[in-house]
Design a protein around this ligand. Structure first.
Ligand code: F6R
Length: 600
């Protein structure tokens, strides 16, 4: 949700800023811009559209600046346009600001500044930051920023440069992510790690309420009172190759194929992590999972495992719904906050509000050092590597792996299974890795299926029990990257209303593994067939019952009843991918979406 970058060093800043922005483009791509200090002047270049438009606009300009900031935008206040694109400056063009997040009191601040004679150009909340800094500037940028941050409400991160102090970039974090990259004779600022991976793996994660002053040879961090704060350097475990497409047409396809490794690495990571929890697990009498989107779907599946193996009731609630509802939470409640990025505002703030009420919070995150990682009482990591495609794929199955392992861990800690039982469960999950690998062989089949079904305007996805969330996930994948309307539904609920939608123009993808609800789902398939729905079934390979029903049968490798979500989601991810690709859509950067959603 908007990406910020900054560079100060001895190299030309423009190519570094553009390359870093390209790596952050998954965060937003309505417009992009940079500000550099060229000689004694601030130069701002911005363009509507993707970063490549900005690159075209800069072609041949040969700027020599060694300091600059850049931005890729996901519009919140003000439509995507050149005037609303970042960087924003004050009226005299002395202070350039790039910003991620929302300044909630910007209207009030704008009015105050207008009364003082400031003239605004854009409709954005960001512009007030540049004007406030200009208003407070009295020969010291740091002091002006300190005064400015005290006036801003909301969750945000921003960076500022000025030709009046050419030796520094100042970065501020309060609620939105901001990472400092440490180089030799150069330093970087970015909303997310992949932006700086080609240059350095040594980073400092800023905490909320911190300000970083980046110079060529130093980085100093302060709190909002201006007091120096000492920070640890964190070495990012990802290498640059993990953030490249590696011969695949899209990141999404590469990431779909990385799932066996992501699951295996997650199991390995879990087993090698110190799992001493900082609270008494035996006092927990209720678990509430909070998450958004795909992470929420993983949470829904985790609930079945946790309740099955521990008997502890587990509700799963959209984080955005949790925060403002009066859900009883106390010190006996465990919150499982699931977030790939660890930066999703809804999830973070819901977790923090539960923590304030005394609950213990376990974060399940993919990005080490992210805000949720630092705010949770304890973190379980998915070791999926960086996920660049906007649609979550490998992090979903890695989250499933963690949730399954967590259920086993809880069962073990509560004495419900012994050590051998725990390791038997781990071994079963390990075997699933190979089944997922096998399921990926369906790629060609799904590519053909996509060409047959891409013309339809609506899809239904049905499943029961563990596969109801997979139906939701399949529908989410299709709608977010192919813009085809799709609904996921519990198959048994169809007869209570949605069955009215079914006719010969409605492809219905039905998940029907041989599990405890198999007979029931076969009955649901019949209901759809008798209303002329176009049935696509997903079941265990060799299932002759399914083969003789519907238009298409997709056979996935047989797995134990607990593990069907792992293999069933694969064809649904591939179907969505190939439909979007064949429709000529931008698979990795679908319209209106951003990878990390840092606004509520
Ligand atoms: C869907 C997708 C989103 C995210 C959601 C939560 O493919 O990627 O629905 O799952 O925005 O993101 P995280 O997990 O980063 O909190």
């Amino acid at each position: 949700m908007c990406g910020i970058v900054g560079y100060i060093g001895n190299d030309y800043a423009v190519p570094i800023l553009l390359s870093a922005l390209e790596r952050l483009e998954y965060r937003g791509y309505d417009s992009a811009g940079i500000a550099i200090i060229e000689g004694d002047k601030l130069v701002v270049e911005k363009k509507v559209g993707k970063i490549r438009e900005l690159i075209r606009a800069l072609w041949g300009k040969q700027y020599k600046s060694n300091i600059g900031i850049g931005h890729t935008r996901w519009a919140t206040h003000g439509a995507p346009s050149e005037v609303n694109a970042h960087p924003h400056t004050d009226e005299r063009g002395l202070f350039a600001v790039v910003h991620n997040g929302i300044v909630e009191n910007y209207l009030e601040l704008r009015k105050e500044l207008e009364e003082k004679g400031h003239h605004f150009r854009s409709e954005t909340d960001t512009e007030v930051i540049a004007h406030l800094i200009a208003e407070y500037y009295n020969g010291n940028l740091f002091d002006a920023v300190l005064k400015t941050v005290k006036r801003l409400k909301g969750a945000f991160a921003f960076a500022v440069i000025t030709p009046l102090e050419k030796d520094k970039i100042i970065g501020v974090k309060k609620g939105s992510p901001l990472v400092v990259g440490l180089g030799k004779g150069e330093n970087f600022l970015a909303s997310d790690i992949p932006a700086i991976l080609p240059y350095t793996r040594n980073t400092i994660s800023l905490d909320d309420g911190e300000i970083a002053v980046l110079k060529r040879d130093s980085v100093e961090v302060y709190n909002f009172e201006g007091v120096p704060v000492s920070k640890e350097v964190f070495v990012v475990p990802w290498d640059i190759l993990s953030a490249e497409k590696g011969g695949f047409k899209h990141f999404m396809l590469k990431e779909i194929f990385e799932q066996p490794k992501a699951i295996a690495d997650t199991i390995g990571g879990f087993l090698s992590q110190d799992l001493t929890l900082p609270f008494d697990i035996n006092r927990i009498n209720r678990v509430i999972t909070i998450a958004c989107g795909t992470s929420y779907h993983a949470g829904l599946i985790g609930k079945y495992w946790l309740e099955k193996y521990t008997g502890i009731p587990n509700e799963v609630i959209y984080a955005s719904e949790f925060r403002y509802a009066d859900i009883p939470v106390d010190e006996n409640t465990l919150i499982l906050a699931i977030s790939q990025s660890g930066e999703t505002a809804d999830t973070r703030f819901a977790a923090l509000s539960a923590k304030e009420k005394g609950a213990s919070v376990i974060g399940i995150v993919n990005v080490v050092g992210s805000s949720l990682d630092r705010e949770a009482d304890f973190t379980l990591y998915t070791h999926a590597g960086p996920e660049i495609g906007v649609a979550a794929t490998k992090t979903f199955t890695a989250q499933l792996a963690i949730l399954y392992l967590f259920a086993q861990l809880m069962a073990r800690r509560r004495g419900l299974i012994d050590r051998d039982g725990f390791y038997r469960a781990v071994e079963k999950l390990n075997e699933v890795t190979r089944k997922v690998e096998k399921a990926l062989e369906l790629n060609g089949e799904l590519e053909n299926l996509a060409s047959r079904y891409k013309k339809f305007k609506n899809f239904l996805y049905l499943g029961r029990w563990l596969n109801y969330p997979i139906a939701l996930e399949g529908a989410l994948k299709l709608k977010e990257i192919s813009y085809i309307h799709a609904e996921g539904y519990p198959a048994g609920e169809m007869k209570h209303g949605p069955i009215a939608l079914i006719d010969e123009n409605m492809p219905v993808v039905i998940l029907a593994p041989r599990d405890r609800v198999y007979e029931k789902i076969i009955a649901n398939i019949e209901e759809v067939l008798s209303r002329k729905g176009r049935v696509i079934t997903v079941g265990f390979e060799g299932d002759t019952v399914l083969k003789n029903k519907g238009e298409v049968f997709i056979g996935v490798p047989e797995v134990g009843e607990d593990f069907t979500p792992f293999v069933n989601v694969i064809p649904l991810q591939l179907l969505a991918y190939h439909i979007a690709d064949q429709l000529g859509l931008d698979v990795d950067q679908p319209r209106n979406l951003a990878k990390t959603v840092t606004v509520e």
